[in-house]
Design a binder for this molecule. Structure first.
Ligand SMILES: CC(C)(COP(=O)(O)OP(=O)(O)OC[C@H]1O[C@@H](n2cnc3c(N)ncnc32)[C@H](O)[C@@H]1OP(=O)(O)O)[C@@H](O)C(=O)NCCC(=O)NCCS
Length: 181
């Protein structure tokens, strides 16, 4: 497993419509995992052609994928708020690495790439996210990039009779790209 621990070989790139099938498969794995990390449900996920349409890159939404060779093993989405008075904010969502590929640097590389994109997008000065409080690895990882918890919403999700709280996290970007916010 030496190859996987060399994070310089982690390949993270923007996903495009041709990646729709692989993306959807990883996304569905994320929605089936216990305990829940995400608010969505497998049956609510867009179908393949809708997924392909969503992967068409836009100024305000971008999906990133981490690859081992040609296999998609991790995903994250950076979305920018669309209202003119909210466009200075973006948020991260759908962050997930397939279980056999965890702890090899794919997750850190995904966040790094998404934040790079935010920092280099004129007008974005803050990135937010929400994370289920039980997802301690993800929370520590976000904190290592400077995200801080600014609130906790109780009983955001329920599954199988259990309720899950969510932390709200935020990161103020240290960049001078917010002049035209
Ligand atoms: C969070 C997640 C995406 C991280 O992916 P990953 O590829 O394992 O992350 P990395 O390999 O880059 O590891 C990041 C850090 O977490 C640590 N880490 C990863 N898994 C860990 C574990 N099970 N226990 C302790 N530490 C762990 C790593 O050591 C690393 O720390 P370091 O960079 O200081 O050495 C992955 O665990 C996951 O998909 N979890 C379920 C979904 C989820 O919680 N998503 C977030 C929703 S908001």
């Amino acid at each position: 497993m030496e190859f996987e621990q060399d994070t310089s070989l982690v390949n993270v790139r923007v996903l495009i419509p041709v990646n729709a099938e692989a993306y959807r498969s990883v996304r569905l794995c994320s929605l089936h995992e216990q305990p829940p990390a995400f608010g969505s449900l497998p049956e609510l996920e867009p179908n393949l052609s809708e997924t392909a349409a969503r992967l068409a890159e836009s100024d305000d939404r971008c999906f990133f994928g981490a690859f081992k060779g040609e296999q998609l093993v991790g995903i994250i989405r950076l979305s920018r708020y669309s209202a003119p008075n909210e466009k200075h904010r973006a948020y991260l969502a759908g962050f997930y690495v397939l279980p056999p590929f965890r702890c090899y640097g794919y997750g850190r590389a995904l966040i790094h790439k998404a934040l790079d994109r935010a920092k280099n997008t004129l007008g974005i000065r803050r990135v937010n996210l929400t994370v289920v409080t039980k997802q301690e690895v993800a929370i520590r990882l976000y904190q290592s990039f400077g995200f801080r918890i600014y609130g906790t919403e109780e009983e955001t999700f329920s599954r199988d009779g259990q309720f899950y709280d969510e932390h709200l996290m935020t990161l103020k970007l240290n960049s001078d790209n917010d002049r035209n916010a």
